[in-house]
Design a binder for this molecule. Structure first.
Ligand code: HEM
Length: 359
């Protein structure tokens, strides 16, 4: 292996490497169309008048899997770029853009709601594609030579602790109820609705709700600041997953609150009741049949998975901070992430029509 021009190794020059810098945002551009293809195949396979074809079911499963794979492409691409020693300015920017690709499902939903509310002439798929095209150009025009990296400033301990304490408060007052509420979808819409009535009385009260919103906005702001500090500190996969899940949550929480508080409760006339029908787009045929609401399947699924797994990453740091072996801390995080995956799967199966027969 020879080194030449400013420490660039041979394999870091050439088309494939350049393609590697923009592969993740290019994949993100395809995201809306993977969902569209899923919708076409799923609606066809659910059509009672036509015999169910295995090919249609497989097609629907394949396209949904592709949609779910795009945030993972962003995560892996960003982690790979974060591990380059002495990165160029283009590589650093590519790492950040790939990290934003992790949030593609939440960005597409947020954009879709804003597009609908502003009655924008530009269809949301094209607005979405335009966003990634701009980011691809931003990477492509960045100078491809090593750029000095300012040493990573340590994140203020008080802010880390405040972020952790706020997370526990959100979990205790709201999120625990909210996620169990959505699990009730497996029993049925009535169970979901009646449980929401009870838990809404807690987090929807005139005192708690504004506090909840304020604390969630604090989480987004403090989390973004902490992520900016940690990004260059280390590229260990556990830490990287913590940052990437935080990026997803920052967009998800802002977008989800926009859907609930702004779109449904303030902008819509008459206001939309934010219950099961709203969450599952019942009025539009449900999450599978509605061409718009398909996007809510990865959006919600990653929202649940990342919020629980992100707290698992916080637990890992707390365990390491209290002197417990890193091996244990890693296992605890993997355990929480596995539980998060199963919880997200169960909730989404319920929201897509699967029912537990509890007799
Ligand atoms: C399957 C996933 C989810 C679905 C289907 C969902 C759906 C909903 C629905 C229907 C509401 C209105 C509730 C009400 O009127 O009481 C709501 C409110 C809300 N959701 Fe979610 N949500 C999900 C996940 C999350 C997650 C992961 C978070 C946080 C990280 C979150 C944060 C919020 C907040 C802050 C509110 C406003 C609560 C209020 O009314 O004061 N949601 N969501």
């Amino acid at each position: 292996m020879t080194t030449d021009l400013q420490g660039l190794t041979r394999e870091r020059v050439g088309v494939s490497r350049k393609f590697g810098l923009i592969a993740a945002p290019l994949a993100a551009i395809a995201y809306p169309w993977t969902l569209r293809a899923f919708n076409v195949a799923a609606v066809e396979s659910l059509e009672p008048s036509r015999p169910a074809h295995l090919a249609l079911w497989l097609g629907a499963a394949l396209f949904l899997a592709l949609a779910f794979a795009i945030p993972l492409v962003g995560l892996l691409a960003s982690l790979r770029l974060a591990r380059i020693a002495g990165p160029t300015a283009a590589e650093r920017r590519a790492e950040l853009v790939a990290l934003i690709v992790v949030a593609a499902p939440a960005i597409y939903t947020f954009l879709g709601v804003v597009d609908y509310m502003t009655n924008s002439p530009l269809p949301d798929e094209w607005a979405f594609a335009l966003l990634w095209a701009v980011l691809i150009i931003a990477v492509a025009v960045s100078p491809d030579r090593p750029c000095p990296i300012a040493s990573a400033a340590v994140a203020p301990a008080a802010l880390r602790v405040a972020h952790g304490v706020a997370a526990i408060a959100i979990l205790a007052v709201f999120l625990g109820f909210h996620l169990v509420n959505h699990l009730a979808g497996l029993i049925g819409p009535d169970a979901h609705r009646s449980l929401m009535k009870s838990v809404h009385a807690i987090y929807g009260s005139a005192v708690v709700e504004p506090l909840l919103v304020a604390v969630l906005l604090f989480q987004v702001a403090s989390g973004s600041f902490l992520a900016s500090r940690h990004l260059r500190a280390s590229a260990d996969p556990f830490r990287f997953f913590q940052i990437a899940s935080g990026v997803y949550l920052a967009v998800f929480i802002l977008g989800h609150m926009n859907s609930v508080f702004v779109y449904a409760r303030s902008w819509s006339n008459p206001p939309i009741v934010t219950d099961w029908s709203f969450a599952t787009s019942e009025a539009w045929g449900g999450l599978i049949r509605s061409g718009w609401s398909n996007r809510l399947i990865p959006h919600y699924a990653f929202g649940v998975f990342f919020v629980v797994a992100h707290m698992g990453a916080g637990l890992r740091m707390a365990m390491i901070g209290h002197g417990l072996p890193e091996r244990w801390a890693n296992r605890a995080m993997i355990g929480v992430a596995t539980a998060a995956f199963l919880l997200a799967l169960a909730i989404m199966l319920g929201m897509c029509g699967v029912r537990l027969d509890i007799g």
